[in-house]
Design a protein around this ligand. Structure first.
Ligand code: ZN
Length: 441
């Protein structure tokens, strides 16, 4: 293979965040090259900038893929999603605890079957890439084979994914239960096999406090201590009935977050889903420990869970890392454009305002920062991994019509998050390879 054959290039509008718009003026945080060029070699971006100054860096013989008027952005990051639940998305009529018993625990039992897990993992990752999402933090099921199936497909696609085996040793149907020891052993074996293998990263995954005994939460803490660098994900303060149940199960703890903190689960690379009904002390703890929250607006509205207090979470006095999650199947779309559509409404109902620059920060560089991957993901910049989404602002006749009336990039981005979904994803690139081309025959 010649040197230049591994070099790829994309030409179009480059739109990328370079700073945190919750801490700095939006205008200082956005990079925009109306006619830009991205050069990629060996899966990494080697150059990105205006066409005139970047084109001379193109190796001889490399012809850029041209996406005129399209937006080349960092691939979206989904910080909270359940791949086994795609077959039950849009399940009718329940709030969290009834929804788990009626739909989730029934569906997840099917993942004892490796062939079923293989099939669903393939469909999930295909749909994620069609939505322009290139990295996600993913719950599998209690079955180790569900994790094997997921990482095998992610490794085949070379996507950077973070995932883990669910830990549950009580308050769920018997076929979905492990024990504290078995959960530890199975997780440790999966870590040895997958964490740091290519682009795959492991996440210790107790579902939530009510389905784990204190012994199992302690075992999860031991997994983090014994394997530095792995992630932790769980659910936190999603639903008022759930919070009351946690209070009954753990009467000696100060708060729901304190249950996890007591087990050593609150630190860097910990990602807590939802965190809707939080106290100021909880936010202070998350800030001090460097833990992250996953804001899942379509799920929070669909399950009637409540409104995530984004402005309180990101208070510059003690900012907490916040990423955006779809939480499918509680969420209603794998598209982060649709998550942002609902995020805007959640903030509006709370009396605030989510502008487009802050919104796209949450879906890209903010998500990367929440995951401590902002040195390699979330920007269109030299040295970064070449995970890119190419957005078509004129994806439908109505979007094309509306786009003609946009007078600024911010307005274009805002209408994209209002009207856009997977139809607006013209192409998705992973580690420098085009893995989804909407217009391919
Ligand atoms: Zn969830």
């Amino acid at each position: 293979m010649s040197v230049s054959s591994s070099v790829k290039a994309l030409r179009g509008q480059i739109v990328s965040l370079r700073g945190n718009p919750f801490l700095h003026p939006s205008a200082e945080c956005l990079t925009h090259h109306p006619d830009g060029l991205v050069i990629i070699a060996d899966g990494h971006i080697t150059a990105a900038g205006p066409w005139e100054t970047t084109a001379p860096l193109l190796p001889a013989g490399v012809t850029p893929v041209h996406y005129p008027d399209h937006l080349i952005m960092p691939g979206f990051i989904d910080t909270h999603v359940h791949y086994p639940q795609i077959q039950m998305i849009g399940a009718y009529g329940e709030q969290l605890l009834e929804w788990l018993n009626t739909y989730t625990f029934v569906t997840e039992q099917q993942f004892a079957n490796r062939a079923h897990a293989d099939r669903i993992a393939k469909i999930f990752l295909r749909e994620l890439l069609r939505a322009g999402t290139t990295t996600a933090v993913v719950y599998c099921t209690v079955h180790p084979q569900s994790v094997e199936a997921f990482f095998a497909e992610s490794a085949r696609l070379n996507t950077r994914m973070i995932a883990g085996k669910v830990l549950m040793d009580r308050n769920a149907p018997a076929p979905l239960l492990d024990t504290a020891q078995r959960g530890y052993d199975e997780s440790a074996a999966l870590i040895a096999r997958w964490h740091g293998q290519g682009r795959q990263l492991y996440c210790v995954t107790p579902r939530f406090a009510p389905t784990s005994t204190e012994a199992q939460l302690d075992a999860a803490g031991a997994l983090l201590r014994d394997h530095p660098g792995v992630y932790l994900q769980t659910h936190l303060c999603e639903n008022k009935g759930e919070i009351e149940w946690v209070r009954e199960l753990f009467p000696e703890r100060r708060s729901y977050l304190d249950v996890y903190d007591h087990a050593g689960l609150v630190g860097p690379r910990s990602v807590f889903g939802h965190a809707i009904h939080m106290h100021e002390g909880d936010f202070c703890t998350c800030h001090a420990r460097g833990a992250a929250l996953a804001f899942c607006p379509t799920s929070n509205l669909f399950l009637g869970s409540g409104l995530f207090p984004l402005d309180a979470a990101t208070d510059p006095a003690r900012p907490v890392r916040v990423g955006l999650g779809t939480d499918v199947g509680g969420g209603t779309s794998l598209s982060q454009l649709q998550s942002l559509n609902e995020a805007y409404k959640v903030v509006a109902l709370s009396g605030g305002r989510l502008d487009a620059v802050r919104a796209f920060w949450l879906a890209t560089l903010g998500g990367a920062e929440a995951l401590y991957l902002d040195d390699r993901l979330g920007k269109v910049a030299p040295g970064y991994e070449a995970d890119l989404v190419v957005i078509d602002p004129k994806a439908t006749p109505f979007m094309a019509f509306r786009s003609d009336y946009c007078t600024s990039l911010e307005e274009q981005l805002f209408t994209l998050m209002t009207m856009g979904d997977d139809r607006a994803v013209r192409a998705t690139w992973v580690a420098g390879e085009c893995v989804h081309d909407r217009d391919a025959a």
